[in-house]
Design a protein around this ligand. Structure first.
Ligand SMILES: Cc1cc2nc3c(=O)[nH]c(=O)nc-3n(C[C@H](O)[C@H](O)[C@H](O)COP(=O)(O)OP(=O)(O)OC[C@H]3O[C@@H](n4cnc5c(N)ncnc54)[C@H](O)[C@@H]3O)c2cc1C
Length: 386
């Protein structure tokens, strides 16, 4: 095993670093959970696209650079080290993009990947329904075939940033007599199509990124179906694999947080309880271990392997690590941890409280950790169904 970077990878790292140093906005952008902040993040997506950085692993004809997953990890390391903004199109580039690469027809890839890489079309994920969250196979939204079109009806919920996005990829029942995992299809729809109503769900922090989506006889061309009719469950599980096992949470995100945590600890060491030192070290080691594990996954995929049920162990690991890191930071800050961003004395310390609140959602989104444990028990350990 050779863990050294090749000269080509090192040159690539340098190129990314230089471009980001010249382009990353000097001021932190407003949160992408609000319209003004989202617009700023979309402008940043377009800036990235101007340098062909939309998604480096995609072929150049779709706006990528034809690179491999190790180079993507290098890109992500430089991206997080440069303090670059969160990706407004994360649902598109990290979830739908790899799925389209695997299941899309060439003209679907040309149509949808290109505008995703360029930041012209921003995507939301529309899978969950009021009665179909953990139990996603209970999806009730329907897609009725009429000639060359599907007619969509139903109610989706918890769609991140659908209020601001242009398109959504949804799971629909195409076979009306079907039950559970059978008879489902993955279909794209424009969020401004006639019959679509997107309603914001205000969050506890006052932001409005989440949405419910109501669909009433929404007509879309059959071209918008990904894969075969009835293959939706299989495709969604492939998307969930990329989400949980690789792309949604790149290791650099946690390595940067661990570095910030070490700096925070050094600044406050004198006031810290001795147990905090061990928690800081654990956070640092966990972030490094996670990075090595993802490098191993990326190498396996490059060699032709697939992501399987082990994506669930990965998801549990990063979501629990994120909470632990933020809790440690709050312990270091003591009473200062409670200062919100608008407090005059808060400064950059407020990022830890904000990060902590978001980390609490980690065990829920991308499939709750309890469900991941069921998957591990049944598919990795071969235990009987609970
Ligand atoms: C920040 C965030 C962003 C999200 N973004 C999106 C998005 O963009 N698009 C989208 O479609 N959805 C999104 N979701 C929804 C998310 O996928 C669901 O919230 C999640 O799947 C859980 O479903 P639920 O909320 O209906 O909870 P429920 O399914 O009602 O579960 C409630 C609790 O019961 C537990 N539970 C349920 N069934 C079992 C079981 N069989 N065994 C053990 N425990 C069980 C769960 O683990 C959970 O703790 C998002 C959620 C969050 C928090």
């Amino acid at each position: 095993m050779d863990l050294a970077y090749t000269p080509r990878q090192q040159a690539f790292r340098q190129e990314v670093r230089e471009w980001l140093a010249a382009h990353v906005p000097a001021e932190r952008l407003v949160t992408l959970e609000r319209q003004d902040g989202f617009d700023q993040h979309v402008a940043w997506e377009r800036e990235l696209a101007s340098g062909n950085w939309g998604m480096v692993t995609w072929p150049s004809e779709y706006g990528g650079r034809g690179l491999d997953l190790i180079e993507w990890l290098i890109f992500e390391e430089e991206y997080w080290a440069a303090g670059a903004p969160l990706r407004a199109n994360q649902n598109g580039i990290f979830l739908l993009g790899p799925t389209l690469m695997e299941f899309g027809m060439p003209d679907q890839k040309a149509r949808f990947l290109t505008s995703m890489a360029s930041g012209e079309e921003i995507w939301a994920q529309a899978w969950s329904e009021p009665q179909a969250g953990s139990d996603l196979a209970a999806v009730r939204a329907t897609a009725r075939r009429e000639g060359d079109e599907y007619v969509l009806s139903g109610h989706k919920i918890w769609s991140s940033r659908a209020v601001f996005a242009d398109w959504a990829f949804g799971l629909f029942r195409t076979d009306p007599g079907s039950e559970r995992h059978k008879g489902l299809s993955l279909i794209f729809f424009p969020l401004d199509a006639p019959g679509v109503r997107v309603q914001a769900i205000p969050q506890i922090d006052g932001e409005t990124g989440f949405a419910e989506i109501f669909l009433e006889d929404v007509r879309v061309p059959a071209f918008n179906r990904l894969g075969e009719e009835g293959q939706g469950w299989h495709i969604c599980m492939a998307t969930a694999g990329f989400e949980r096992g690789l792309m949604l949470r790149s290791p650099a995100r946690f390595q940067m947080a661990a570095k910030r945590l070490v700096e925070l600890y050094k600044k406050h060491e004198a006031e810290c309880d001795p147990t905090i030192r061990a928690a800081v070290l654990q956070a640092y080691m966990d972030a490094e271990a996670y990075a090595l594990s993802i490098y191993s996954t990326a190498s396996r995929l490059i060699a032709g392997g697939k992501i399987g049920a082990e994506a669930s162990t990965n998801k549990i690991f990063w979501s629990e690590m994120d909470i632990a890191m933020h809790k440690t930071a709050l312990s270091i800050l003591g009473a200062r941890a409670e200062l919100v961003r608008s407090a005059p004395a808060a400064g950059e310390d407020a990022r830890w409280l904000e990060g902590y609140f978001f980390s609490l959602a980690g065990p829920i989104y991308a499939g709750s950790n309890e469900i991941q444990k069921n998957i591990i028990a049944e598919r990795m350990l071969g235990l009987p169904r609970g």
